[in-house]
Write a protein that binds this ligand. Structure first.
Ligand SMILES: [Zn+2]
Length: 245
């Protein structure tokens, strides 16, 4: 699976710093979109070569397996240095080229804050690269393309930014867990990963509890929270969901 395999535009592209980041933060949303018939893709910015567990090769196999579980059409890595992602003209152009090949309508990015510097930088890099992808004079051999919208994952954040919306992933939460389990070299026996702080329980249980909490925000069993810098539009106030009482 590589960007060159993409024959059609991608509807939903999730970009994150490390393999397994998107499974943890928006795996349910990706699986739900794929089930609805949308073409989805994942771009991992690094190969995770700085991880203490497993090799980059093993993580690549696990990442491909997880992509199949989530029904993703395309998964690739940009090959930026793990623990050394920099938002600069060269990396913006490199990422913008992939965005132009995949032509996503919506892009999912990491949260704007994060304890891992790669996560914070990746969030800004994704925003800037999506903008640059719409500039005709950069990489003019590829037709310009700018996604409509960027959604920042908010799962596990403890800076308490209010989600702009929560996706109901009740029907795909178990698929998300299955995708997370694909990263056995990373997570087997672990209680902590990425931005998920440990509480002594197995990682899977922590993920389940967070997911249930986000679900309660929309009165559903499971949810994944997102933040957008833009306000959401409402057409019919009488069709609004989520009871005040
Ligand atoms: Zn990460």
């Amino acid at each position: 699976m590589s960007p060159t395999d993409a024959t059609d535009s991608i509807d939903l592209l999730a970009i994150a710093a490390h393999r397994d980041d998107v499974e943890l933060t928006c795996g349910g949303t990706l699986a739900k979109a794929a089930r609805a018939g949308y073409r989805t893709a994942i771009l991992d910015l690094t190969q995770g070569e700085m991880g203490t567990r497993g090799s980059a090769e093993l993580r690549a196999k696990e990442a491909e397996h997880a992509a199949r579980v989530l029904g993703v059409s395309v998964r690739d890595t940009l090959g930026l240095p793990d623990a050394g992602i920099v938002n600069e003209p060269a990396t913006r152009e490199k990422l913008a080229r992939v965005i132009r090949r995949l032509r996503p309508k919506i892009v999912i990015a990491p949260a704007l804050e994060g304890r891992h510097p790669d996560h914070r930088v990746a969030a800004q890099l994704v925003r800037d690269a999506c903008f640059v992808a719409g500039l005709a004079k950069i990489a003019p051999e590829l037709p310009k393309h700018r996604p409509l919208k960027i959604l920042h994952c908010l799962a596990y954040r403890q800076d308490f930014v209010r989600p702009t919306f929560v996706v109901d992933v009740s029907d795909t939460f178990e698929v998300k867990l299955e995708a997370i389990r694909c990263f056995e070299s990373q997570f087997a026996g672990l209680t902590q990963a990425g931005e998920v702080y440990p509480n002594g329980e197995p990682l899977e249980d922590v993920v389940r509890h967070y997911s249930a909490y986000y679900g309660t925000l929309i009165r559903r069993p499971h949810g994944e929270p997102f933040y957008t810098t833009e306000v959401m539009a409402v057409d019919d106030v009488l069709a609004l969901e989520v009871s005040t009482f």
